[in-house]
Design a protein around this ligand. Sequence first.
Ligand code: C2E
Ligand code: CA
Ligand code: CA
Length: 415
Amino acid sequence: MKEGLMQTVKAGENIFCKGEQGEHAYIIERGQVDISFKRGERSIRVASLGPGEIFGEMALIDNRERSATATAAIDCELLVIRREQIQAVLKTADSTVSLLLEVLLGRFRSMQGRLDFSSEPSAVIAQSTESLRKAERYRHRNAIDRLKLERELEQAIEENEFQLLMQPIISMTTGRPAGFEALLRWDHSERGYIPPDQFIAIAESTDLIQSIDLWVIRHAFRQIREIHNAIEAPLGPLPFVSINLSGVSFTSDKALTLIQDLVEESDIDPSIFKIEITEGVLIDNPKQVSIMLDRLREMGVQIALDDFGTGYSSLSYLVAFPISTIKIDRIFVSNMLVDGRSLEVVRAIISMAHTLDLKVIAEGIENVPELQSLWQMNCDYGQGFLLGRPLDMEKAVAYAKRGPVMTTGPVMLQN
Ligand code: C2E
Ligand code: CA
Ligand code: CA
């Protein structure tokens, strides 16, 4: 049976007892939980926790038995955090921080042990636990939010709470949509829309990113096929789909195999897939990534270097890796007309790319002067709110069918 995300506990029920092996920690969504120790026959309450607070995490951090008993004071609803989640966070934590945490926990447990059997009044125990709890509450706020989001993210994949929007990429030579970048959205049942910047990094620190990347590949493929099918008489090549893949996807060949299967199962031209990667991915794992990129290129898939200009922007990457396209970061495009140096950077990137036989996509075009300037510099493709926002499928299909977006002047055409 699948473990539930939420657990309901009735007033008076124990959530766990002292001495048990712990498999879960809990975040209180609703209700109140008492933490207590037994002294002889007496049960001494040392803390009373409310919504938003975490408990049961200690046994998962140091892999020891439960040091106290947790009881629902009133009916409770608890968000269940699995051992692996905590362990994954610890694995990626700074080693000094992990060590400090171990030492601290060791001290806390030994203090707890002493207090447990001493004849000190329970108030002392309560006080020491209370002050520790206050400090913890402050420090753990972010960590708790993060754990919650992680657990919900797992559920989001199963519940299909994701949506893949398609942002048009326009050819500056034809004025027509040349492709779409697939951009992920999480439509959270309670928090509403959550932008990728807020959950991709969390997913990347766990195994979840693998499942998300595979989901994105499958849906991007399905959606671009739907767009192709809607274009009745193509005037040029069918639009490509750009997919953002995280570094983790290059550590196994799952993503690559999926793309290969999708291409083989259909009669589609593999070059409709453009994989976007950042320099960070190349730097973190150059050998492995290089092998994967070579295989993708052999299959006919295109590779774009995303956010170019923001990282190290080492020119050696452009030669060392089989890259077909550079995406100039939005920051340069938005500064270009107010800062002469940004303009020269953009000009130099385009000219260098063309010398190396690479295509250039300028990101974040928000006004006509920016578009005109890029067109004059012979930029190949443009993307940005001026040309089209990330669209749902209904709007993306209509967009793809509507023909030129700008004349090659370039003058924007009205809708
Ligand atoms: P990115 O790959 O650089 O994507 C472009 C971001 O710029 C998108 O934000 C897009 O909505 C935004 N954008 C496009 N044109 C304009 C413009 O003219 N003005 C402004 N201000 N913004 C513009 P979004 O969708 O919020 O995505 C943010 C980042 O999240 C992406 O940056 C990408 O790194 C990541 N991401 C998005 N979708 C996925 C995905 O499916 N998988 C992975 N691994 N990462 C994704
Ligand atoms: Ca991108
Ligand atoms: Ca980008």
